[in-house]
Ligand binder design. Structure first.
Ligand SMILES: *Cc1c(COP(=O)(O)O)cnc(C)c1O
Length: 360
């Protein structure tokens, strides 16, 4: 079998060592005589798996004690509604930064519950950059400020934390959580679907400051109430047990590799290999502003788009898969999450150079 390098945006590549451990433990987890998939979520085995996953995530991200870590379902998309339902707390408006496709979805959902003030937008340049904070029109009376810290589709990342004073700051970190250290304490709430940089689809992680919990809009279903989940240690209903287990193994893998500061170094190396080449050629083009280029999701186009299909075909033959760009941007996109080895990016860049040579 050709070695496959999977550049999918999500569900995405997982560390091979983690998959091997899952395989080894699949039928008999630590002598329990059964798979994690078959265990009661209230039994002591699974409770220990969940508790360890939470403790490891707290250590990796340096999460302060006054924050709850919730293991939920519904994807980041459910958070688009849960955030206004839980964080409006009597206020009528919320601030949103619009940097692309995921921001737009969050905004559209929030509009069902409150007035949305778009503090700034990069729509004028096809969402290829992040507006400077000096150009944001923040409302001091907003219930919270929401931003998408990494736009998975446009490949745009914020490398700084917005300064929003006393207004709670909320971040959708779905596609770059755990790729580098972030200051959790500067945020009121951080959320991420697991299927990009954490683990299998089906798990959503919410990190929320505990003073913000407990005042939902009337009519909020229990499943959409952070308080219900917090009071029940994310076991109000059956959690996505297998996804929590695999995420826990990924956290251990990250710890064994030196944690998030070490990951950041590797991620800089990987992203630079690709961006440096993109900047050195006219054959390909990267549409994003240099200071906002995502280290996780790298969109690029071929100058001659008639070659797109041939590019994808030849890449696939070499084991380089899922490089087709999102339909809203076109071209290509290489997602190079934590679990993508440096070697995978090397092989990709070598192929791109060869393809350029043969087609120019
Ligand atoms: C993938 C993604 C989402 C949607 O996640 P689901 O888990 O499919 O709901 C939201 N925001 C960002 C930044 C994403 O990358």
């Amino acid at each position: 079998m050709t070695k496959i390098y999977n550049f999918a945006a999500g569900p995405a590549v997982l560390p091979e060592a983690v998959l091997q451990q899952v395989q080894a433990e699949l039928l008999d987890w630590h002598g329990a005589g059964m798979s994690v998939m078959e265990m009661s979520h209230r039994g002591k085995e699974f409770m220990s798996i969940a508790a360890e996953a939470e403790a490891d995530l707290r250590e990796l991200m340096n999460i302060p004690a006054n924050y709850k870590v919730l293991f939920l379902q519904g994807g980041a998309s459910a958070q688009f509604g849960m955030i206004p339902m839980n964080l409006l707390r009597g206020k009528k408006t919320a601030d949103y930064l619009n940097t692309g496709e995921w921001s737009k979805k969050a905004i559209a959902e929030a509009k069902k519950y409150c007035e949305v003030n778009v503090v700034a937008s990069s729509a004028d340049k096809n969402f290829s950059y992040v507006p400077q904070q000096s150009a944001w029109n923040l409302n001091a009376d907003a219930a919270y400020v929401h931003y998408t810290s990494n736009e998975t589709i446009g490949g745009v990342e914020l490398f700084w934390t917005p300064e929003v004073g006393a207004v709670p700051l909320v971040a959708d970190m779905s596609s770059h959580i755990l790729s580098r250290p972030v200051d959790v304490a500067k945020h009121a709430l951080i959320y991420a679907g697991a299927q990009k940089n954490i683990g299998p689809a089906g798990l959503t992680i919410v990190i929320v400051r505990d003073d913000l919990i407990g005042e939902t809009l009337s009519g909020t279903p229990n499943m959409y109430d952070y308080k219900v989940h917090a009071e029940n240690d994310s076991m109000y209903n059956t959690p996505p047990t297998f996804a929590v287990y695999v995420a826990g193994l990924v956290f251990k893998w990250l710890k064994a590799h030196g944690g998030l500061a070490a990951m950041e170094k590797i991620n800089i190396t990987k992203a630079s290999m690709l961006y440096d080449y993109l900047d050195a050629t006219d054959f390909y083009h990267c549409p994003t502003a240099k200071e906002n280029r995502s280290r996780m999701n790298i969109p690029f186009t071929l100058k001659n788009e008639a070659l797109d299909e041939e590019f994808l075909k030849q890449a696939k033959a070499l084991g380089l898969v899922q490089l087709k760009g999102h339909r809203s941007v076109g071209g290509m996109r290489a997602s190079i999450y934590n679990a993508m080895p440096v070697e995978g990016v090397k092989v990709l860049v070598a192929f791109m150079k060869e393809f350029e040579k043969n087609n120019s």
